[in-house]
Design a protein around this ligand. Structure first.
Ligand SMILES: Nc1ncnc2c1ncn2[C@@H]1O[C@H](COP(=O)(O)OP(=O)(O)O)[C@@H](O)[C@H]1O
Ligand SMILES: [Mg+2]
Length: 371
């Protein structure tokens, strides 16, 4: 049966090779481009039970198997239910299970892991306003964190010449999954490192834009599916804010006809009830005309979601740069609470409910076996 399986993969563009003398733990290896896969074939009457899967898993974790990106476990009699339950609950991402039926390999869950790494659908979110210092960088980074907590792999593109994201987050952050499932990554790139086909696992690309509109690369701006426009309920600049939002909308719309835009209030202080109401009404009123002319413009009412002022966010840069600590997001809870964490999770949820982002998530959830 090993020979049959090897022939099958050869047909599909893989280069099979038998292990060197003395090597054990797998039956043959497959090479395609830079990728190497260890294959274990089980030709037996009984289905494959959990101990056999765990043995293969241990082999893949061992130092001898370091060169293998993943493993295929192929059975001619199927797999026990416990095998699937274990794969699911432990989030085993580097093993694909297959059966050889009538000369073809059928994959579980049903998806073809040999289909190559064609780029998966992703969505682009631009965080832009033509004003500086209103929280573009803070919001880009923490929204990325919230989406990563929701299970998306996120790429953050730093378009601002100040390069604050890199300073604050280094090359990125890995968020381990709380229940030992595979975690998610936030990767920070600059404009030149960004590449549409870079990482097929990426679900969301968030761009921290340069406040000077013309300084942003057209190639990226025209890809934005959604734009977030941070603003504040600041009494000193409230009339100016209306003007800035209009200008921001126009600049984006002139370049990108399809993008949906969301205004979000940053630095919100819920204690200032009266002031908030007056200023919010003013801004919303300004906004009405805009959204009538352009139905893809939305105003996120701070009663629904806002980013509250938080000292954790204020000191975000201080903690990471001055104290030279590991890059991290301001999601740590104090006294069991973290304003940034709950606000950004709420923002991520709001955006998911008002967009097609959950489509990508479903696509990700469907493919747990693919590394
Ligand atoms: N919600 C918030 N609470 C407290 N401080 C904030 C908040 N949002 C932003 N800041 C602080 O305001 C400053 C400007 O924010 P930043 O994200 O760098 O703005 P931009 O990228 O638009 O220039 C930073 O010092 C940041 O830490
Ligand atoms: Mg910035």
């Amino acid at each position: 049966m090993v020979g049959n399986v090897m022939a099958k993969f050869l047909e599909e563009g893989w280069e099979p090779a038998l292990p060197e003398d003395g090597a054990f733990g797998y039956d043959f290896e497959l090479t395609r481009g830079k990728e190497k896969v260890a294959v274990q074939v089980r030709s037996q009457k009984a289905r494959v039970y959990l101990p056999q899967l765990r043995r293969f898993e241990d082999f893949l974790d061992s130092s001898e198997a370091r060169r293998f990106a993943r493993g295929f476990l192929i059975s001619n009699s199927g797999f026990a239910g416990t095998v699937f339950a274990y794969m699911d609950s432990e989030g085993i991402g580097n093993i694909s299970l297959g059966t050889l039926e009538n000369g073809t390999v059928r994959w579980f869950p049903e998806e073809d892991p040999t289909a190559g790494s064609s780029p998966r659908e992703k969505r682009y979110i631009g965080v832009f306003t033509c004003k500086g210092g209103v929280g573009k960088t803070t919001i880009s980074a923490h929204l990325a964190g919230a989406f990563a907590l929701c299970g998306y792999h996120v790429v953050l593109v730093d378009l601002d010449r100040q390069g604050n994201l890199r300073k604050l987050m280094g090359e990125g952050i890995y968020l381990p999954h709380p229940r030992k499932k595979a975690g998610t990554t936030i990767t920070v790139l600059d404009q030149h490192e960004w590449d549409e086909n870079r990482d097929p696992e990426t679900g969301i690309v968030i761009c921290d834009c340069n406040p000077e509109f013309s300084q942003n690369p057209v190639e990226l701006m025209s890809r934005f599916d959604y734009c977030l426009i941070p603003t504040t309920l600041n009494p000193l600049g409230i009339n100016k804010n209306g003007f800035i939002i209009r200008k921001t909308f126009q600049e984006i719309r002139n370049l990108n006809r399809k993008t949906e835009m969301f205004v979000v209030i940053n630095n919100f202080d819920p204690a200032e009830k009266k002031r908030n109401q007056v200023l919010n009404d003013l801004l919303k009123n300004e906004f009405k005309g805009l959204s009538m002319a352009d139905p893809l413009c939305h105003y996120i009412d701070p009663d629904d979601v806002s980013i509250r002022f938080s000292k954790q966010l204020l000191y975000w840069g201080y903690e990471t740069v001055i104290e030279d600590a590991e890059p991290q997001l301001s999601f740590r809870a104090f006294g069991g609470r973290s304003l940034p964490r709950s606000d950004f999770l709420a923002l991520a949820e709001y955006l998911q409910n008002h967009s097609d982002l959950d489509k990508i998530k479903k696509a990700l959830a469907k493919t747990p076996v693919k590394k």
